[in-house]
Structures are given as structure tokens and as C-alpha cells.
Design a protein around this ligand. Sequence first.
Ligand SMILES: CC(C)(COP(=O)(O)OP(=O)(O)OC[C@H]1O[C@@H](n2cnc3c(N)ncnc32)[C@H](O)[C@@H]1OP(=O)(O)O)[C@@H](O)C(=O)NCCC(=O)NCCS
Length: 189
Amino acid sequence: MIEGKMVNLRAAEMTDLERDFRWMNDREVTEHLSMRYPLSLAAEEVWMREGASKPMAYGAELFFAIDTKDGEHIGNISFHEMSAEKRKARLGIVIGDKAYWSKGYGTDTMLTFLRFAFDEMNFHRIDLTVDAANLRAIACYRKCGFVEEARMRQAGFTRGSFGDQFVMGILRHEFYAQHGTTSGEEAAS
Ligand SMILES: CC(C)(COP(=O)(O)OP(=O)(O)OC[C@H]1O[C@@H](n2cnc3c(N)ncnc32)[C@H](O)[C@@H]1OP(=O)(O)O)[C@@H](O)C(=O)NCCC(=O)NCCS
């Protein structure tokens, strides 16, 4: 388990299935995710079984469940498109329980996950794409130190219209400069 200030990050369990299924079928939660089709419980179960039955390791995807300090499962965070050579990964996050939006849980989750990425996985760069209209997510990412690197015009399409998307990224030394190194040593690039 990886401990943050407000959350703990842990391996996904099959007991998370029903919540994940509910969140992934909630149109408000998925509005800015690349999910447009309803998801069956069977499909979600296959996907979860595949992930939860293997030990976590560097590979195609790394997936963590987000718990509050009271043990309430409120969302998930993951790395995909990992590259050992480039030491980079793409990040995805969802706080599925809407009661926890805009209360700092996303920011603490991101900071906890980024520290793990840089301290333990030795990544050099983490990036993500986000809808330009997803103002809450952008505010959260900026607080963590992500910067907008590119604007992809009309790259998204949802609810009948095209929308711009940003690529946002953060480098290891930028994270350490803003949030401190774990060792206390000076940040090196
Ligand atoms: C995006 C998400 C992870 C952010 O997590 P969160 O816990 O809600 O975010 P936080 O509370 O840590 O930070 C959000 C910030 O945005 C601010 N905010 C909220 N709505 C906003 C808006 N419409 N415009 C600008 N800022 C806004 C909040 O006030 C907060 O800033 P503050 O702490 O300075 O007050 C979460 O809302 C979520 O999972 N949403 C649904 C799925 C999603 O969009 N995932 C990201 C896809 S790229």
C-alpha cells in the first residue's frame, strides 16, 4: 500500500468490481473519459480479473485503487503506455465517487502516485491528455505541477461536438523542485 496524506493507493481487488462497474456507467463520471459505450458487468469483470490476478509489475498497465484513510474506495489511478527506454508513462485518474470531487482527493492521489513514479519506478516524465473543457481536472493537474505542452484542436468528440484537448506533462526534477525530494537531497534532472 502506498500512503498519501488523504488517500492510500492499493492493488485492485475483485470486491471493487461493483463500484467500478457503476462508475464506468455513470455518464457524469465518464463525460471526460474516453468511454462512450455502456460497459457490461461481464466485460468489466473480465478486465478486472485479468488485472487483479497478476502481480503488479512494470508492463503494459499499472492500476491502483484509491481508498480514503477510512478505507472507502473512491476511484482508481493508472499508468499506461509505459516506456522503459524513454522512462515515461501516461497517467489516467478517476475519482468515481462524485461526493469526493473538488475536496482535494484527486490532488493528493496525483501527488502520491507521482512520488511513487519518480522515487520507485524511476520515471523521468509523466504525461496525460485532458479535455480543455475539463476545468476541474486541469486545475488539479496544475496544482500538482503539470504544464500544458500542446493544445490539440478538436481532438475530442463527445455529446455531439468536437472539443480541444491538452497534452500536459511533468518532469521528475520539476516535481522534486515543487514538492521536495524524499531523500532530502537536491533535485537532479
Ligand atoms: C479530475 C479529478 C481526478 C480531480 O479530482 P478532485 O478530487 O475532484 O480534484 P481536487 O479537489 O484535488 O482539485 C480540483 C480543483 O479544481 C477546482 N475546480 C473545481 N471545479 C472547477 C471549475 N469548474 N473550474 C475551475 N476550477 C475548478 C477545485 O476548486 C479544486 O481547486 P482548489 O483545491 O484550489 O479549490 C476528479 O474530479 C475526477 O475523477 N473527475 C471525473 C473523471 C475525470 O475527469 N478524470 C480526469 C480525466 S483527464
